[in-house]
Design a binder for this molecule. Structure first.
Ligand code: NAD
Length: 488
């Protein structure tokens, strides 16, 4: 087939072919034609670093992902995602070897790019945020900047307490590079709001983009990174405010969850009230379910955080709230409300045990099945999952603990988090012979539980930590926030 010659009048057939080809291009491929691609390096290929790298390459940029773990790097270069995240394998396969690659060579990646994101972990060390990885990454990047001739922008994407980018990262970069920020290189802060299990969707269709920094050239470069994202509010502010926006967003969600848990615990104590009904009535308020101009009622997604359960976990909410409390206290603030948020959360797994004890005074020797190990559905991330604390408490109470999770069992077996737990191969096997079943993660598959238990001669007690089975007809059903009887 002959291609139309540029400048010549295309034939009717040529036009038809061109139109068919344009139709075949998806919007992201079109982006690569319309957007000025940038060369970007990302330090750290965890949930944030890899998802950002894959999505930015899908949007048309050339991305090099850097990690210290060679096996992770090889996996990524083979087109295999190192963790479970819906949609990630497809986008990774599509871009790896084209606009995306992974390497352990940090210096090569920084030299070959014009902007570097730092996306390494920022754990909580028990008393404050641990910046070891951020400092190390900043020092390594700074050492490369020492010999880099062209202008470069360094952007903190890790979640760091307010002041870190300007007071710590900038200083480390200047010292290691021997150069001046704002003159020889740029520094910025760009918090990430993705949520595991929906990370690809959240990154590709963000609700907001927050760009922090006081250097106009760095902000301009960051705007270039996000140019392929259309109809998204972009907020440019200082790095310190950008850092505070991220923490405040997480603290709000954590506070809503603990608020709901306190109400749920109250309903359980008072008796005769189901907190699901209470929250349903609260949800109908115009603040949470406003009436739109067309007369329809629209439920705000934040309503999802207003339900009682066995507590929040994950790599962000617990550590971020703790880090904010620690930072606030160092600044002389009481942080009483957020301290309570954590205290209530840590008490929720024990509520599951209390509910089981309504049926079995002692759990010693009882066969207890824990359904769900990951901290939420859609991921195999076990970090700070309520299942960890629950399994510890059950073991201490003398129970024989068996677990089932449709996705996270390989990760659980690799980890040292569940030392006293045995694993069932299927949901049906997990349910068989159990005295108590405790539902911790709201995987869809667990909705099949009532049908699996139907007809059992000695049905187990079901303790629902997510309100997933509320409404299902189950004998011996208990749920957090479900007030039975007249209360105490
Ligand atoms: P992670 O622990 O999954 O990944 C961090 C990666 O960085 C690891 O693969 C590690 O090997 C690598 N690394 C550490 N130091 C390095 C170095 N010097 N050079 C190269 N690689 C290095 O972490 P994550 O969950 O992706 O979180 C990263 C940051 O993003 C944290 O600050 C976190 O709070 C924040 N965040 C996380 C989420 C989330 O849902 N996981 C969402 C928003 C923000």
């Amino acid at each position: 087939m002959r291609e139309p010659i540029p400048g010549s009048v295309p034939s009717l057939r040529g036009l038809r072919i061109l139109r068919a080809r344009l139709r075949a291009l998806n919007s992201n491929t079109l982006n690569t034609l319309l957007v000025k691609p940038m060369k970007i390096s990302i330090i750290g290929t965890g949930y944030v670093g890899l998802v950002s790298g894959v999505c930015l390459s899908e949007k048309g940029h050339h991305v090099t992902c850097v990690d210290v773990a060679p096996e992770k790097v090889e996996q990524i270069n083979r087109g295999e995602a190192p963790f479970v995240e819906p949609g990630l394998p497809q986008l990774l396969k599509r871009n790896v070897g084209k606009r995306l690659r992974a390497t352990t060579d940090l210096a090569g990646a920084v030299l070959g790019s014009s902007l570097t994101f730092i996306a390494v972990g920022t754990p909580f060390d028990g008393s404050q945020i641990d910046l070891t990885y951020v400092r190390l990454a900043a020092r390594q990047v700074g050492q490369v900047l020492r010999r880099k001739k062209s202008y470069h922008v360094v952007v903190v994407k890790s979640t760091v307490v307010p002041g870190t980018t300007d007071e710590v990262v900038r200083a480390v970069l200047e010292k290691a590079s021997g150069k001046k920020a704002g003159r020889d290189f740029g520094v910025g802060m760009n918090p990430e709001f993705l949520s595991e299990g929906e990370a690809v969707h959240d990154f590709m269709q963000p609700d907001r983009i927050v760009l922090g920094g006081s250097d106009p050239r760095a902000i301009r470069a960051l705007r270039g990174v996000y140019r392929p994202f259309h109809n998204v509010p972009v907020m440019a502010t200082t790095s310190k405010t950008a850092e505070a926006i991220k923490y405040t967003s997480n603290a709000l969600l954590a506070a809503l969850i603990s608020f709901s848990n306190e109400i749920g615990n109250l309903c359980a104590a008072l008796g005769g009230i189901d907190s699901v009904d209470v929250m349903e009535g609260v949800h109908l308020s115009q603040y949470l379910t406003p009436r739109l101009p067309d007369g329809q009622h629209h439920r705000a997604p934040i309503s999802a955080f207003l339900r009682a359960g066995c507590g929040f976990g994950g790599s962000c909410l617990p550590k971020d709230v703790n880090a904010l409390i620690a930072r606030g206290r160092r600044a002389g603030c009481d942080m009483g409300l957020l301290s309570e948020v954590i205290r209530i959360n840590e008490g929720q797994p024990r509520r599951m045990i209390d509910l089981a004890r309504r049926h079995h005074r002692s759990l010693r020797g009882k066969r207890v099945t824990v359904l769900g190990l990951s901290f939420k559905p859609g991921t195999d991330d076990l970090r700070e999952s309520p299942a960890i604390r629950l399994c510890q408490l059950l073991h201490r109470a003398g129970a024989r603990v068996r677990a089932f999770d449709p996705v996270a069992m390989p990760a659980a077996k690799r980890s040292a988090l569940f030392p006293h737990v045995t694993y069932a191969k299927t949901l049906a096997a997990a349910a068989r012979g159990a005295d108590v079943i405790m539902l911790v993660t709201s995987w869809d598959e667990f909705k099949r539980l009532p049908s699996l238990l139907r007809g059992m001669r000695r049905p187990p007690v079901v303790v629902d930590g997510r309100g997933l089975l509320s409404g299902a007809k189950l004998t011996n059903y208990e749920a957090i926030g479900l007030g039975r009887g007249d209360g105490r």
